[in-house]
Ligand binder design. Sequence first.
Ligand code: ADP
Ligand code: MG
Length: 349
Amino acid sequence: MSVIIKNINKKYGDFVAVNDISFQVKEGEFLALLGPSGSGKTTLLRIIAGLELPDTGEIYLEGIDAQNKPVRERKIGFVFQHFALFKHLSVFDNIAFGLRLKRPKLTKQEIYLRVDNLLKLVHLAGVGGKYPSELSGGQRQRVALARVLAIEPKYMLLDEPFGALDSKVRKELRRWLKKLHDTIGLTTIFVTHDQEEAIEIADRIAILNDGKLVQLATPLELWESPANVFVYDFLGNYNIFKGYEIEDGKLLFSKPSSQAHMTQVYSRPYEIGIERTPSDPRFFQQATLTLINKAGPLIKLEFEGKEETFYLAEIEKSILETMNFKIGEELWLKPLRYCQFKKSTVLSE
Ligand code: ADP
Ligand code: MG
């Protein structure tokens, strides 16, 4: 049940919300649409669902042009962030709602069995008699999913379905959703602005920015080979090291022969080496240790360098214990690993 979208464009007045986006979602795939708020994720999802018309572009569901297919016939299940359940109906009746509209009519017994199965599937067996107000936020979203699954969709489109829930429940639900997806094998498009969420559950991630598709790749590919600074930035914290030349794959800070040769590289906090006396001064940048935060699996260190530069390092507890770094100390930092990007893709310097 593949989804192919080709050259989708959508403007609101002069504002370009979706800018020439094309991609393919494979049958049974779990694709995350990831991007900051306002990047066009919801608009694109609504276009795929048929709830919004694109200005130009094509959508193919199972290889068939969906343009003239009414929403009902697209076999798409859509769950929003604030999915409204019917307050005056029990959980059972909420899930049964779509089933009762089915033609030819299902018998009472058939409806009962289907709802019962769906309740088990979303781990809510036994709560069919409750009302939405008696459920937690996480339970309500699972009922919403069951209600959508009841119509036996071929595609699931989820727009930040866990966005309104607290982070612990969100983490539980995304693991649960991933398992559910693997069990029932629906082609799923999942919108989120949370990179950790996307990395954890998606087979592939499409990163959007300003209505454009920036990169579409597996979580590992994005992590290891970000297409540009935007993707790198979006996936986590980093440091910028300004050096002068790269020799044998190493950044040189010495020999500032000319500004023209100045280059910069990007390192994640855990890719930084710290020394008290530099073993090889050519590769090091000096900075003052300003903060040590021991809460968490890695120790976080903050540094201030020359000319208002700022560095963030993450090291093992054992290294801190051995080295016994102190706040206020002048230390030497070096990128152990780094990324470089072409000038044209550098967003901020
Ligand atoms: P996201 O879901 O990534 O946060 P949206 O797709 O909701 O982004 O919106 C993308 C941009 O399009 C936003 O700047 C938003 O203000 C604009 N937009 C969305 N829907 C409309 C609309 N109906 N009318 C005008 N502008 C809209
Ligand atoms: Mg949105």
